[in-house]
Design a protein around this ligand. Structure first.
Ligand SMILES: *Cc1c(COP(=O)(O)O)cnc(C)c1O
Length: 497
């Protein structure tokens, strides 16, 4: 049976997977969800020994039911290729008796590559299937990681263009350099005078601009989205939780059917939601441990049942988790309302109007799979140093939050089940904070000196993504005011003003 998708805020209208990928966000502002979560059709034991690409096919075909086998296999082959620096795509490293699944071996060394290397292929396939003749223009606002991963994914992809807006003074130097050196005629990177929220609101305004949409259509263009609310990003992320379990099974680290806990450093709630879906598909996952940094809105939610974004936004050393509105949580809320779109829409409206919503006792009872906690800046730094001193393994700041939270979980519950920690970024992407955590004397070195020192003390090669940007020329130097975003887009696209 084919799976259809509907909005979390109004589930009357059902559309196919390819249509949901093309649209990104539903017209009513809701997120697309599948009408049910399919069960895996082959046993995990049968998947042992298969490649990442083969496991990806077995998982994704169950969700993307309007894609043909040939289409899906071709998307997978083009995504998970030599852009990754290891054939296994997501290697697992054991440290202190826990398994770290390294999701940062793609082109931009953050886990966003796991989904953004396939999304462009899914999207152009979806466009063909639905007889979309227009060129697809991806519009993205980023605070750092998504922008570069989306650029790398869409650069040079025929039938697409990509425009990324980032806050000129709101990203790390390495993140900025990665973006402004992006090659490809179909790419545009623009810094804006303003913060991430300004970039995000500006992009939303462009999406909702009817007149612009008409002008675009006349020029054979249409907008789409590459951010984590697109179901085309969520589904590829389920794959590595299935794959992770299968690998541990293969290596006898797990017995068949044995429970495995999962720890995920969380911001927008996309990655951990994918683990939840993997559990629904039949992977024996025990607890889903949701790790937050000092922006601990999710910890508060799991412990009180109240979601409250009215608080100070903290800039931390794990910037990709600095977020107060975790968009993908909406998919979980929809589910625990008993798939009541009306009720979910009410809660989301309350979030929009007041910044707060509270779930019922009955809804809370369904969150038993989740455990939420957080790590302070100090705890995160200490964790990086301790791990390095104990094992020589160097964690990035986001993964260190997860590792610190995992320790709290074990101390709190005495649960010693086999545990897989999602390792979401290479330490080379957050070199300064990582090296300072190990030894504060490193503070005097330049960014690239720190890169070499990290490579030396951690005994790991400098990733290509870093080597590339050392000498790469800046090709994007446009900076505009937030009021000039529309003109900048029209100029790039050649749409008459
Ligand atoms: C995006 C990101 C996260 C958060 O993932 P979500 O799916 O948004 O919860 C964590 N770590 C890194 C390095 C990221 O880039």
């Amino acid at each position: 049976m084919g799976i259809l998708y509907s909005s979390t805020r109004n589930d009357e209208k059902k559309i196919t997977a390819s249509q949901a990928i093309l649209k990104g966000l539903a017209d009513d502002g809701g997120l697309f969800v599948p009408d049910h979560i399919p069960e895996l059709t082959c046993s995990l034991r049968d998947l042992a020994g298969r490649t990442y690409q083969e496991v990806a096919y077995e998982v994704m075909r169950l969700f993307l039911t309007d894609f043909t086998e040939a289409e899906l296999r071709s998307c997978i082959a083009q995504a998970y290729d030599s852009k990754f620096d290891t054939e296994v795509i997501a290697p697992i490293v054991e440290a202190e008796g826990t398994y770290y699944m390294e999701l940062f071996h793609g082109a931009t060394i953050a886990f966003k590559d796991m989904a953004l290397s396939i999304l462009p292929h899914l999207m152009i396939t979806a466009a063909k299937k639905n007889q979309v003749k227009n060129e697809i223009v991806i519009l993205t606002a980023t605070s750092g990681d998504t922008g570069k991963a989306a650029l790398a994914g869409f650069a040079g992809v025929e039938g697409t263009k990509i425009i990324v807006f980032y806050p000129k003074n709101g990203v790390s130097p390495i993140q900025e350099k990665q973006m402004v050196t992006q090659k490809g005629d179909n790419t545009l990177v623009v810094g804006i005078h303003g913060n991430f929220d300004d970039a995000q609101s500006g992009v939303k305004a462009l999406f909702n601009d009817r007149k612009l949409a008409e002008e675009m259509a006349a020029a054979g263009l249409q907008f789409s989205s590459a951010n984590s609310i697109n179901i085309g990003r969520l589904i590829p992320q389920i794959v590595y939780y299935v794959y992770g379990y299968v690998k541990l099974l293969e290596e006898d680290k797990l017995a068949e059917g044995e429970r495995m806990n999962v720890v995920v450093p969380t911001g927008n709630f996309g990655n951990i939601l994918a683990a939840f879906y993997a559990k629904q598909m039949g992977v024996p996952i025990g607890k889903l441990i949701c790790a937050s940094n000092e922006n601990k809105v999710l910890y508060d939610f799991f412990t009180t049942g109240k979601y409250d974004r009215n608080r100070e936004f903290v800039l931390t050393s794990s910037p990709s988790m600095d977020i107060l509105i975790s968009s993908n949580l909406e998919r979980l809320i929809y589910r625990i309302t008993g798939e009541d779109a009306g009720k979910n829409a009410e809660l989301m409206n309350s979030l929009l109007q007041t910044g707060v919503y509270e779930i019922t006792e009955q809804m809370r009872e369904q969150l038993g799979d989740f455990y939420g906690s957080f790590a302070s800046e100090e705890e995160t730094a200490v964790r990086i140093r301790e791990m390095y001193e104990n094992t020589g393994y160097i964690l990035d700041t986001h993964t260190a939050v997860a590792s610190a939270v995992y320790r709290k979980y074990v101390a709190d519950t005495k649960d010693e089940a086999v545990t897989l920690i999602a390792s979401t970024a290479s330490p080379f992407k957050f070199t300064r904070n990582v090296m300072n955590a190990i030894d504060s004397n490193y503070n005097t070195m330049s960014d690239f000196e720190l890169v070499d020192e990290l490579s030396r003390i951690g005994n790991v090669d400098v990733p290509n993504a870093i080597t590339e940007i050392r000498t790469a020329p800046v090709v994007h130097d446009i900076v505009c005011d937030k009021t000039e975003m529309k003109e900048t887009v029209k100029k790039f696209l050649g749409v008459d003003a």
